[in-house]
Write a protein that binds this ligand. Structure first.
Ligand SMILES: [Zn+2]
Length: 195
């Protein structure tokens, strides 16, 4: 087998036609969450991935910076969760791995569901200063996805690092996308499947 030496992730083409303009501001956390949920819903409707969407904003002004959707199946990469995609594209947009770096505003990750254990870790490494979540862990588990071995006090762990956490924002709308995905027979995948 050949030695693979690179990989890449690209948002689905439909996202370019629905993404806000770079200067567009989303004042409230509800507005920001509805955008992340719209990404999740369209990802399901377009059959481009799992029922998860995310976006990064300037926390203070609400200016949109980057989008993410779940791309696991399409990319054949288990890391391609919506949060990882949105964080990575924010880092590419700002040309830094350090989103809390000098001169940058506080950046906020808005995710249609609470982060799994991998994305929890990614948030702490990224410099994201604020996290807004829609659906809860138990909502995600209810349709069969695994969230990993996250500790029950994960929100406290983020808070102790100075990362604000807001939960249950438009939760029922976010859950609606999860249920639509399940009803449509969308694939449920987990690292432990088959073990
Ligand atoms: Zn994740």
């Amino acid at each position: 087998m050949r030695l693979v030496q690179s990989f890449s992730l690209s948002l689905p083409e439909w996202l370019g036609s629905v993404a806000p303009k770079a200067e567009e501001a989303f004042r409230s956390t509800d507005e920001r969450m509805r955008l992340a949920i719209q990404f999740a819903r369209l990802n399901v409707q377009n059959r481009t991935g799992g029922p998860f969407g995310a976006a990064v904003f300037n926390e203070e002004t609400g200016t949109f910076l980057s989008a993410g959707v779940n791309l696991v199946i399409r990319s054949e990469l288990s890391i391609a969760h919506a949060e990882i995609v949105a964080i990575s594209l924010a880092q590419r947009a700002l040309e830094t791995y350090e989103l809390a770096g000098p001169g940058l505003p506080r950046l906020q990750l808005v995710s249609s569901a609470e982060p799994c254990v991998m994305c929890f870790g990614a948030v702490t490494w990224s410099g994201i200063r604020s996290l807004v979540c829609g659906a809860r862990d138990e909502d995600v588990r209810a349709i069969g996805f695994d969230e990993g071995a996250k500790t029950p006090d994960w929100t406290d762990a983020l808070a102790s690092r100075g990362i604000s956490v807001y939960r249950d924002v438009c939760r029922s709308e976010a859950v609606g996308v999860l249920q639509a995905y399940q009803s449509a027979g969308g694939p449920i995948y987990n690292g432990t499947r088959g073990s």
